[in-house]
Ligand binder design. Structure first.
Ligand SMILES: *[C@@H]1O[C@H](CO)[C@@H](O)[C@H](O)[C@H]1NC(C)=O
Ligand SMILES: *[C@@H]1O[C@H](CO)[C@@H](O)[C@H](O)[C@H]1NC(C)=O
Length: 384
């Protein structure tokens, strides 16, 4: 090595060391450190196990500096800013500090499967936040309206908490939101207008009520999954619903719908694959138009108040693999197509008023209703 090369070599070593020294003191953006300290301080020390992520957070060291002897998990930095807070499921008990709002470059906040309680604080300043996952905790209070000002949000999963009150009307302003899961909470009220780019909506097992209005779903050209089972929705499920252009999976079981209006698909390439309308109060005849949905593989209308015969079209439908029609007042003879090996449908036609449901078929294992109940159900009406 020439002497000048040697000089630069030592200069380089010197600079690298001084850089490490500086970074060890204050590399991380200082208000990010304040936020992380407040975040940890709001969690009961007794619930922080030594080998958990939070157990490794030691603020005499720098959170974002490398190598990671301390802060070995639970957060990710991009440069000197904290961009991800993804805790391990370690039964942390605590509240969520509003000072988290200081992490202004946070992209992901995931605290799933812990024991956070109390309200979800307003997080106004987290304008870069794309993923908010707080599922399986004990958060209470309302879905904070401030959430709807976080315009970068793409995924919000607050399922399995104790959230109450109604959904903020401003939720429709979340133009980037693709996935919203609020299942297993105690939400009340009706469904507001939904964000236009939503792909998956899940609000199962809450106390939502009222009708499903077209205005809630207007412009939702990408919605594929709608899971609203175990609520108290009522009224008619109207034709526009099944014409949502990207719809694939519908679970509206265990509500109080009384009518369903199934249109013929306007799009020959309809992707509708699964529909569960079981345990409602749907009256009328079985909608024959279901047979026209080319991909439909699973259909449940079990435990409703349907009457009349099973359309022969159902038994000719090759895509259909699961069919549950049990617990209605269907009558007549079930289409022979179900039993001659032409299709391979599983499910149940039991607990109806069907005649000649062959017990050799798995579809007919569950017995039919007693004739007295069937006579009562059809009293004054022509038996078809
Ligand atoms: C925190 O880190 C310092 C070294 O930077 C160490 O001396 C101290 O013991 C650590 N504290 C805990 C609780 O591990
Ligand atoms: C719907 O309600 C029925 C009857 O109460 C119950 O057996 C079933 O487990 C419920 N299904 C769901 C998905 O909640």
């Amino acid at each position: 090595m020439s002497s000048s090369k040697l000089f630069f070599f030592f200069l380089f070593i010197f600079l690298s060391f001084s850089y490490v020294k500086i970074s060890a003191k204050s590399f991380t953006f200082s208000s990010d450190i304040t936020a992380l300290q407040a975040f940890k301080a709001a969690i009961k020390t007794s619930s922080i196990k030594p080998f958990s992520c939070l157990g490794s957070w030691n603020f005499t060291n720098d959170p974002c500096s490398i190598p990671r002897t301390y802060f070995s998990c639970g957060l990710l930095c991009t440069g000197n800013r904290v961009t991800q807070l993804t805790l391990d499921p370690a039964d942390y008990v605590g509240t969520l500090t509003p000072l988290l709002s200081k992490l202004t470059q946070l992209i992901t906040l995931d605290l799933s499967t812990n024991k956070f309680y109390g309200p979800i604080p307003p997080l106004y300043a987290l304008t870069d936040l794309q993923t908010l996952v707080l599922r399986f905790n004990s958060f209470s209070g309302s879905v904070p309206p401030s959430l709807t000002s976080l315009k970068s949000l793409e995924t919000v999963d607050l399922s399995h908490n104790y959230l109450m009150g109604s959904l903020p009307n401003s939720v429709s302003s979340l133009g980037n939101l693709k996935r919203l899961d609020l299942s297993y909470n105690k939400l009340t009220g009706s469904l507001p207008k939904l964000p236009a780019n939503l792909i998956e909506l899940a609000i199962k097992a809450n106390h939502l009520s009222g009708f499903l209005y077209k205005s809630s779903f207007d412009g939702l050209t990408q919605i594929e999954v709608v899971e609203l089972s175990e609520n108290s929705f009522s009224g008619t499920l109207e034709a526009w619903f099944f014409l949502l252009p990207a719809l694939q999976q519908v679970d509206l079981a265990n509500n109080s719908f009384t009518r369903v209006d199934i249109p013929k698909p306007t799009n020959k390439n309809s992707d509708l694959v699964a529909v569960d309308l079981g345990f409602n109060k749907i009256e009328g005849y079985l909608p024959v138009n279901f047979a026209d949905y080319p991909q439909l593989a699973s259909l449940s209308l079990r435990y409703n108040r349907l009457r009349g015969p099973i359309p022969g079209e159902y038994s000719k439908k090759e895509s259909l693999k699961r069919l549950f029609l049990d617990g209605n007042f269907l009558n007549g003879s079930p289409p022979a197509g179900f039993f001659n090996g032409a299709t391979s449908v599983s499910g149940s036609l039991g607990d109806n008023c069907l005649q000649k449901c062959p017990v050799s078929s798995q579809l007919c294992l569950k017995s039919q209703k007693p004739s007295s109940i069937c006579q009562q159900a059809y009293r004054g009406k022509p038996m078809s």
